[in-house]
Design a protein around this ligand. Sequence first.
Ligand code: G3H
Length: 447
Amino acid sequence: MTSNIKLACVMVGLPARGKTFISYKVSRYLQWLGIKTKVFDVDDYQRKLKNILYHQDHCELSETTAEKQVLDDMLDWFQLDDNKTKATMSGTVAIYDGTNITKAKRKWIHDTLNNKNVQVLFVESQCDDDNLIRENIRNVKLSPTIMQQEKAIDDYLAYVNKHKDTYETMTEPDYTYIKLINAGQQYVINLVRGYLESRIVYYLINLNIKKKRIWLSRHGESQFNVQDRIGGDADLSPRGEEYARKLPSLISKHIGDELPLTVWTSTMKRTNQTARYIKYPKKQWKALDELDTGVCDGMTYDEIAKKYPEDFIQRDQDKFNFRYSGGESYRDLVLRLEPVIMELEQHERILIIAHQATIRCLYAYFMNLDHEQLPYARVPLHTLIELTPTAYNCEEKLYKADIESVDTYRPKFAGVENAKKSSNKTSGVSGEIIDSSEPILPLSPHP
Ligand code: G3H
C-alpha cells in the first residue's frame, strides 16, 4: 500500500511534562508498524544553534530561530519523502518536540504546515501533579550524577514556573488535538479523523508514562529445538525442563519478590510448561504464539532448503516481508502483536514467556530495531531479558540461567549452498550447544 499522507504531531506543554518521552514512544511505535517517522527536538536545535553563535560571536539567539529551523527541516524532510520512488506504507510522520504553549505559536505552526499540505495533530501534555513533574525532571532532565538532586529539581521547577503565566492550554475549536491530563487521568480529544491520527490517539490513550520494566524469556529448550525443527507444539527437552524449574529463582533473584508480577505466555505447550513453576498469575495470549510457518511447519531448515529452494532464498533476501506459504511473515506477526503492545503499555510488571520470532518483534518495538534487523535479533534460549524504557531509548539487561541449550539462531545467508554450509559451521548454528559466556543480542538500539 502506498500513500502520501504527511502528518506532523506537534507537542504542547510546559517543560517536564513528559513531551520528549511521548515523542520517542510514538516514533518507535510508528516505525515498528512500518510508518516512517522522525522526531525534531527544539531543545536540540537550540543547543546546536547556541553553540554555532557562540563560536561565531553573533547576536543573541531567539527561541523562534530554532523553532523556525525545525519547521524548515521538517518540511524539507517531508519533501525528501515525496521525491522517493517508493513511498512508505501509510504515510510519514514528523514529531515536533517543543513547548508551543501559546495560541499564537500554535497558529503559526499550524498555518505554516497546512500551507504545505501537512496535516497537524497537536498532542498536549498537561500536568499539575507535583510528584509526576518531579519524577519526570529526575528521569529526563538531570544526570544521575548531579549532587543535591532535590535542590536541582527545585531550581528547574522555578525555571518552569516562569512560563506558567504565558501558558494557554488548547481550546482551539478548529484544530485536531489530544490533551493528556496528569499522565492519563483524563483525555480531551478534538476533531480527530483519519487512519494515522486515530491510530496515534489510540496509542496515546494506552500509554502509561510511569517508569516500568518488562521481562522477556523464550520457552525452555524444546524437543523440536533439539531436532532443529521449526514450528510444531513440542514438549520441553530435559534441559528446557531444567530451565522451567530454575526460572522462579532467576525471577526472585533479578526481579524480586516484593511486588506482584503477571506472567503472559502463548497458548503453546512449551511456554506453558516453562511458566508452570512460577507462582504468579498467568494469562495465555494466542497473539504470542510462534510465527506460523505454514507448509514448513515441523521441518528442519535443510529440509525446507531442499523442498522449497526458491522460497528459502527469497526469505533470506527479505526476511521481514517473506510470508510462508499458508503461514505468516514477520510483518504479519508485528500486526498480530499490536494488541499485546497496547496492553503491555498499560502495565508495569509483566513477564512474557514466548517464542524466538514473537520475542524478536516485541524486543524490536522497545529497542527500536528496524525491519532489516528485527528478524535477525539474537534471542538465546535460557536467558531472561530485562527492558527498562527511558525517555530516549531503552536499557537492557540479560540474565543467563547457565543451562546449556542448542542455538536456534540462523544468520543471513544468500542461497541454498550457503545455507547448507552454515549447518556445518561451529557457531551461531542450529543444533549446536552454546557456551554460557557467548555474547548475546549484539544489535545496538537506535535512539
Ligand atoms: O520459525 C520459527 C523461528 O522461531 C523463527 O526463526 O525466523 O530465524 O527462521 P527464523
